[in-house]
Every structure is written in structure tokens, then in C-alpha cells.
Design a protein around this ligand. Structure first.
Ligand SMILES: C[S@@+](CC[C@H](N)C(=O)[O-])C[C@H]1O[C@@H](n2cnc3c(N)ncnc32)[C@H](O)[C@@H]1O
Length: 396
């Protein structure tokens, strides 16, 4: 349990990281003066797996470096203070925050002073430059419980906030840079509590200053009502939510059709609706790929692998989403399947982005390929294929 002062310090770390203002943190003043560990210097690093804090442990005879995620770092810092050190200083672009313990009563005190370091140009600069939504005075972030009234990200909401930013980064790179980003008509199917729907609207409207219309489709009425109320409160005139199922939704003109974590076959319904409405982009982050798992009846040599539940489950994910990508290709889309956000934040991490291609697909070859794969795994039907066939979107 952190004391009030420690909690303030912990929040300062979080906010400075989120805003790209974290420069350095130094843990010093040993409790035990004979200890080998002199001090710990913590700096931000961007590695392949994402953002980390790099801990340099400065011992009498050597230095050791280890990288940790933000949450782990927080625990480590407070453990080191409890066990080994009396002082920690956080240097940010705006201030220096010092937390120190008195030897007499072991109670922490906080002191804030003027900044002494200029921010490093590289990492911090990039992170700040890419801040896509404003935290302060942001109505929807507060209403959805991501930030406090002061515009600070809540302790348990950092993963959600990172997911939002990663999502906006993907949309920016894969869609906005390829279009003017203006006047886009966007649908978000299975919008749920609306985190990602609000984020995209906010980013397009307030950061890019683009006029956009976004509609969330969601069958849970209470979520639709709440989202519409928040949208009104935030004065997001062109963001609305409608109650209903994806398959029955009335889609006329659409540029971008999105379905994020719409469970199981709801993703197929969304892709089908996007293809049918001739969307320029279809974005899906599928989850719970149950339909194909139930269908799989492997009788060839792969059978010995599929007897392991976890391997069958992973194979079902590959088949479900791989076949979705091929069905999109058969319908004239270029597709990309990639990891949307690292597994440490959420296991639901695959994303399919499909863009309508100017080139005609070799439909027969793709459909033959789909057929071969289905045979290999004893799959009778893929739900998306069924929807497309029944509605004669693909004519075999
Ligand atoms: C796991 S939540 C994801 C919410 C949001 N897209 C996100 O990624 O944060 C899935 C939402 O889709 C809704 N949903 C699932 N199937 C649906 C369908 N067929 N039609 C409309 N909404 C659906 C559920 O009610 C739920 O709110």
C-alpha cells in the first residue's frame, strides 16, 4: 500500500511517461552504507517489444542494466525505496520531483522544483510529437473512467490508454496517410463501451481537424445510451451509436468499416457488411475464433498435433483469420494481418486491415486455395464464406 506522498510520486512517473516528458529517475542515498549497490539510474527506452524503463544498477565494481515495463518498474522503484534507498528523484521536462525518507520516522516527503534537464531529443521528442489525444479537459476520457477529473490517467487504465494510442497509430499509418482523412464515413461494429470509437473520432476531429461521421453499432442498449450521452456531452456532433445487430445494420455509404474484438462470427458479419457496402477499408481485430475450432476435423498427419487443445486453439485462430484474409482478397482487397498490440496488454491482438485494390484479383486461384486449406483441416464451412455465398457476393 502506497502512502499519499508515494502515490503522488507514482502518478508523476505515469504522467511523465505518457506525455513523453520522462527524462531520468535516480534512486540514491543507501540505507545501508556498506551495500555494494550505489544507486540506480532509470531511463526510458523503446525496444522491439515497445516502451520500457531501463534500470542501470550501479554497483561498486560493475554496472548491470535491465529493462522493465512501466507497471513492473513502479513496483521495483518502491521496493528499492523500502529496502535499500532513502531518496528518489524524477527529472521531467517540466519539473524535478523528489521523494525522500527521513531516517528518524521513515516517512516519505515530496518536494517539487524547477526542471534541471532539457528533454532528450530522440525518444521523448518522438513520444510527445505523437500524442494523438489531449488528456486535459477531455470529457469522454473522464466519463469512460480512463482519466481523473484532473486529466490524469488512472492507475489501472494505462494499458487501455496504450491500446488506444496503438490503435490510432495503426489507423494513422494504414488509412489516414493513404486518404485525405477528410469526410470519411466510418462504422464501428460491436462498439461496446466505445473507448476506441471515441478515440478515433476525437483524433480525427480535434487533432487532424477533419470532418468525419462515425456510427457505432452495438446490440446492448445500455451501452448505446451511455455512449450517446457521452458523445452529446463532449459535443461530438457527428459521432452517434445505434442499437442493433451488425448483420441487420443499414449501411449505405461507407469508407471504413471497423470491428474490434467483435466476438467469434460477429467479425465475419462485419467483414461481410464491409465487402457488401464496398468499403474502401475494412479493419478487424478478431477474437474468440470458435466457429472454425468446432468445424476442424483433422484426419491427416496434422492430427497428432491437433490432439493438444492449445495447439488446436492456436491453429483455429490462424485458420479463421487466414481464411478471412483470403476471402477478402478474393473480393478485391489487399490484406495485412499483423500483431496489433503486444500480447502483454491483451491476448486479443491480431488485426486484419484490408484495402480495396485497383487490381482485379485472381478469384479462381484464391478460391481454390481456400478450398485446399479447408480440406486439409476438414472444415466444412467458414462463416464469412457462407455469408458471402448465400448472398451471392462471391459467385463460385
Ligand atoms: C468485446 S466488446 C469490444 C468493444 C470494442 N469494440 C473494443 O474493442 O473495445 C464486443 C462488443 O460487441 C458487441 N457485439 C457482439 N456481437 C455483436 C453483434 N452481432 N451485433 C452487434 N453488437 C455485437 C457486444 O455486445 C460487445 O459490446
Amino acid at each position: 500500500m502506497l502512502t499519499n506522498q508515494e502515490h503522488i510520486f507514482s502518478e508523476k512517473i505515469n504522467t511523465s511517461v505518457e506525455n513523453g516528458e520522462f527524462i531520468k529517475l535516480i534512486i540514491s542515498n543507501k540505507r545501508n552504507k556498506t551495500s555494494d549497490l550505489n544507486k540506480i539510474i532509470v531511463s526510458p527506452v523503446e525496444i522491439k517489444k515497445g516502451f520500457r524503463l531501463s534500470f542501470l544498477y550501479n554497483y561498486k565494481t560493475q554496472d548491470i542494466t535491465k529493462n522493465y515495463k512501466l507497471e513492473e518498474s513502479q513496483n521495483l522503484i518502491f521496493n528499492e525505496l523500502k529496502e535499500n534507498f532513502l531518496n528518489v528523484e524524477l527529472f521531467t521536462a517540466n519539473e524535478v520531483i523528489r521523494l525522500f525518507f527521513s531516517l528518524k520516522n521513515n516517512k516519505p516527503k515530496i518536494k517539487i522544483s524547477e526542471p534541471t534537464f532539457k528533454p532528450a531529443v530522440n525518444l521523448n521528442h518522438d513520444r510527445k510529437k505523437h500524442k494523438r489525444i489531449e488528456l486535459k479537459h477531455n470529457i469522454w476520457l473522464k466519463e469512460l473512467g480512463i482519466t481523473t477529473s484532473e486529466g490524469v490517467i488512472k492507475k489501472d487504465m494505462h494499458d487501455k490508454y496504450r491500446q488506444i494510442n496503438k490503435y490510432l497509430e495503426v489507423i494513422e499509418n494504414m488509412i489516414i496517410k493513404k486518404t485525405s482523412g477528410k469526410n470519411l464515413r466510418i462504422y464501428d461494429a460491436g462498439s461496446g463501451k466505445g473507448y476506441l470509437t471515441f478515440a478515433l473520432y476525437d483524433y480525427l476531429k480535434n487533432n487532424l481537424k477533419n470532418e468525419t461521421r462515425i456510427t457505432g453499432i452495438e446490440f446492448r442498449e445500455e451501452l448505446v445510451d451511455t455512449c450517446n450521452k457521452i458523445s452529446e456531452k463532449a459535443k461530438f456532433e457527428n459521432l452517434n451509436f445505434v442499437q442493433g445487430t451488425i448483420i441487420d445494420s443499414n449501411i449505405k455509404k461507407v469508407d471504413v468499416f471497423i470491428a474490434l474484438h467483435a466476438c467469434d462470427t460477429a467479425t465475419d458479419e462485419a467483414i461481410y457488411k464491409g465487402i457488401k457496402a464496398n468499403a474502401q477499408f475494412i479493419v478487424a481485430a478478431p477474437c474468440c475464433q470458435k466457429q472454425i475450432r468446432k468445424e476442424m476435423n483433422v484426419t491427416n498427419a496434422m492430427h497428432s498435433l491437433m490432439k493438444h487443445g492449445i495447439l488446436k486453439e492456436r491453429q483455429a485462430v490462424i485458420l479463421t483469420d487466414g481464411l478471412r484474409a483470403l476471402l477478402l482478397e478474393a473480393n478485391g482487397y489487399k490484406t495485412k494481418v499483423f500483431e496489433f498490440i503486444s500480447t502483454e496488454h491483451t491476448p486479443k491482438n491480431i488485426m486484419i486491415v484490408a484495402e480495396k485494390s485497383k487490381n482485379k484479383p485472381d478469384k479462381d486461384a484464391v478460391l481454390k486455395n481456400i478450398d485446399e486449406i479447408k480440406k486439409m483441416f476438414g472444415i466444412e464451412f467458414h462463416y464469412l464464406e457462407k455469408l458471402l455465398n448465400e448472398n451471392r457476393i462471391i459467385l463460385p
